[in-house]
Design a protein around this ligand. Structure first.
Ligand code: CTP
Length: 346
């Protein structure tokens, strides 16, 4: 698959020092799938084959990606081996819970998906440690307010921006909670995800987390209005178009000011359709934010849905930074640089 020779033998003629060379060359070592056997041998410092010998010889980070039968994973001997591997500094993922080999039912033992392995590799290889150990709360996506059992009011938010921020913050070593409404994308692997539906549920989820958060990045697009009287049965065409009585939802950002942790950073977004700078400035003050990310839905490449954005960052201290058009994944990195600097007082 890699186009390179697979190495299996230790001490093959002419290759006696392969385990040392491989150990030295690797920036990171990934063992996937990691069987119960290889973890047992690694936990006991065996070096009787190329893999375990290379493990002892390397000083790079090591990632074990277990895959085995659920009884083998749950066996006290495996549990002890995994604990020991973690104690001595190896990273051992928990296996996924789901269908196992044919006829073996379902349980914890499935090998984590490639996306999860790549995300963990990113975190292991990350050298920027400004957010390491910080608790970062991110919201993303659109909330939905029910009209009747089959209809709802919502908006076009794709969730891409918040997902990119959560993924990048987690890669930088933060402890990330992502509160997600409806999104059009796969949510990142790594962050703890709380999935919610309505603005009220998002407000409650944020209230439950904000006290411990070093930063809140409110990239979600919560619905501003909810239906006063949700119909318990599907509204019918007969009788003509109904009129909906709407009431305002809670402004989540406004509500967090009083319960935020001292020294924390609160970041909001403002998506406008014209006069973006002035409106953004107003929201920064009205919502008592440390920074607001202002973008204009009418601008090419900006706003909901796409992979890019063009934003202006405005800070509490009056600083204003106009950023060029960039990928949302790139913007996530810039935002985290600024948030890291604010958290570390620079
Ligand atoms: N926001 C929030 N609670 C809501 C609505 C929005 O906390 N009920 C947050 C958004 O996540 C965003 C910021 O407030 O970070 C600004 O959202 P925006 O929709 O631009 O502003 P609104 O305050 O809803 O004002 P308007 O829609 O009238 O422009």
């Amino acid at each position: 698959m890699t186009g390179r020779q697979a190495l299996a033998e230790i001490f093959e003629p002419g290759h006696a020092l392969d385990h040392i060379r491989l150990a030295r060359e690797a920036d990171v070592v990934v063992i996937a799938p990691a069987t119960a056997d290889v973890m047992a041998r690694a936990a006991h410092g065996h070096a009787n084959d190329l893999l375990t010998a290379s493990l002892l010889a390397t000083s790079s980070p090591v990632l074990f990606v277990p895959a085995m039968n659920d009884h083998m994973w749950a066996h006290p001997q495996t549990v002890r081996n995994v604990e020991h591997l973690r104690e001595i500094g190896y990273r051992v993922l928990d296996p996924d819970d789901g269908p196992l080999a044919i006829g073996e039912g379902s349980g914890p033992g499935r090998m984590p998906e490639p996306e999860a392995i790549v995300a963990h590799l990113g975190r292991l290889l990350e050298s920027d440690n400004t957010l390491r150990g910080r608790r970062i709360l991110v919201t993303t996506g659109a909330t939905r307010e029910a009209v009747d059992p089959v209809r709802f009011i919502s908006n076009h938010s794709s969730g891409k921006m918040g997902a990119a921020i959560a993924a990048a913050a987690w890669r930088r070593g933060a402890d990330v909670t992502l509160i997600a409404g409806h999104t059009d994308i796969d949510l990142p692997r790594g962050p703890r995800v709380i999935q919610i539906d309505t603005t009220d549920a998002m407000a409650r989820a944020v209230a439950g987390e904000i006290g411990a958060a070093d930063a809140l990045i409110m990239a979600a697009a919560p619905a501003d209005f909810t239906v006063k009287q949700v119909s318990s049965s599907k509204m019918k065409r007969e009788g003509g178009a109904p009129s909906l009585d709407l009431v305002e939802t809670a402004d989540i950002l406004k509500g967090v000011s009083s319960s935020r942790k001292k020294g924390s950073v609160i970041v909001g977004f403002a998506l406008e359709t014209g006069d973006a700078a002035r409106r953004g400035e107003e929201k920064l003050r009205a919502k008592d934010l440390d920074m607001i990310v202002v973008n204009d839905q009418n601008e090419e490449g900006a706003g909901f849905g796409g992979d890019t954005n063009r934003v202006t960052l405005m800070s509490r201290d009056g600083k204003r930074e106009e950023l060029p058009l960039m990928l949302k994944t790139e913007l996530a990195e810039v935002l985290l640089d600024r948030i890291g600097a604010m958290l570390n007082g620079s």
